[in-house]
Design a protein around this ligand. Sequence first.
Ligand code: PRX
Length: 652
Amino acid sequence: MPDQTITSVSREHRKFRPSAEFKAQANLGSEAAYKRLYAESVNSPEKFWDRQAKEQLVWRKPYKKVLKWKPPHAEWFLGGKLNVAENCLDRHLGTARENKAALIFEGEPGDVRTITYKQLHLHVCRLAHIFENMGITAGDRVAIYLPMIPEAVIAMLACARVGAVHTVIFGGFSAESIKDRINDCKAKLVITADGGWRRGKVIELKANVDKAVENTPTVQTVIVVKRCGNAVTMREGRDVWWKDAWDGAPNSHKAKAFDSEHPLFILYTSGSTGKPKGVLHTSAGYLLGAKLSAHYVFDLKETDRYFCSADIGWITGHSYVVYGMLSNGATVFIYEGAPNQPEPDRFWQMIDRHSLTILYTAPTAIRAFMRWGDNYVLRHRLDSLRLLGSVGEPINPEAWMWYHTLIGKKRCPIVDTWWQTETGSIMISPLPGVTATTPGSGTRPFFGVVPKVVDDKCVEVPRNSGGKLVITQPWPSMLRTLWGDDDRYQRQYFSEFPGRPEVYFTGDGARQDKDGYFWIVGRIDDVLNVSGHRIGTAEVESALVSHPSVAEAAAVGRPDELKGQSLCVFVTLKAGQIASEQLKEQLRNHVGKEIGSLAKPDTIRFAAGLPKTRSGKIMRRILKEIASGGEVKGDTTTLEDFSVVAALQAED
Ligand code: PRX
């Protein structure tokens, strides 16, 4: 085994097969068909993707070549032109889908809006005009910092329509994080709201943007949606209300076509060094990956009403609220607020109220529902549901069984989908009409995906042993680079194995069981997965050491029943600083201010020293063991001073 941390303890063997009824109606219902298509997709990928691209996408100009692969750079559908927004909207006009709901929105206070494809098209066209009048042209960057409201979808699609590159920033990020992201991509325009509702309170989004744009020289305009009616300051000449910009904007818009490889969006995500990475996705390949996977994994039907609880600020919102779903003409339900507002049964209430058929959520949410109690679920029918999905982190078998029994009533297949911001679309997942599922396993690869579990030399490890999860062939929705840092792109993803520059390293540990099913064990780099959010330990550490009292900090994950992992930090203070509960609170708030509340440490421990190697590297493995309350095992011979460990353990 290449790394002590890649140990898989799961003994789960139960198998759940799709029912005959589900199979009969599924978009793909036979094992033979899966095997045939999968074999074609990996043995003749260009042939497979050529056919899919022609069938699935609307092209303005046909492409000449399917793939150019010069590792680590891939280009797909070269020479072709299309418009991504047109692929999500215009293609449905004049068809039976025109007056179908594209979005059903429920705000936290209970307000509901339904927007048909025709209406959504009109909104997007108007905003596209507004952008053009503001001088936003193809390639310009636009930052979107909005609650989960229809305007977020409209803003993304309007960017796509005019060829502007959006970067959506999750509403939980602080002013400091907004500033860093805007400066990294040099956004000209920011779209925000006065506020958003969360647990009955207003999150003041505009105030955060105001603070951020004090130090973002490239921002010329801020468009503000009125959502909560809270007081905001509007800066003359820079800030405009969405509604005011709206008045007089024409309803139709002739969309230009853009190259297949035209940048579509940048999404910042945590890596193992301090600075977030701007993952760049481009147009045709991304859209094709999102669309095809949505069709097969969620088994989309015209009559479905699909609910994805992920925020638009994450990749799940990009691919499976917006691009993958709307390009398929699906009806997407979005919800603005917290799952326990006003009561912990909000999701179940909404599922019944809107007759939702598919639910895609995260294990951390499922564990919270379990904790809140079955009674909140049992008072609702949930009989409209036919399929369930899970994403963001490994789902523990107990949570899987609860989801299956209490929510799915043993009737709904569960698709446990493994993928990443970087992969753009689902890579490993059951197909609900085909695959026998096992609680906790993402099962098998999606079409065109060649995952392998390998050792440090990139040699496949035997079945049931742990190793590094890699992907050995390019796929259409893969990231193209890191914005402004192509070297880091290569280093981070394509340099793990000397002599194998074509192998993509996921950063995850995994194993394959005897049936070939994949089990994700977790991250093996310095990235944590807290409540399904990726948090770079280095980001938290650099936030902490920017506090005047802190000399040194190390952040590690600790298993947590609810959040998957919780964030534990060890802090040494500068001389003369006094450790206190008050300082702990200050440090937590400081991290909240620097990164956002999602990165606030759960536990802060003051230490006189941190365990280091003789070359001065912090030994996180040891800190992880101490944080989990366990005994320090394994090799400690490289440790510079064992007394540091003894002192830390004594404090516990
Ligand atoms: O560690 C894996 C975990 O989440 C990471 C990707 O995080 P992010 O880019 O934020 O995207 C999350 C949504 C796609 C992965 O490297 N992860 C994601 N889905 C699963 C998972 N781990 C286990 N099972 C999953 N289904």
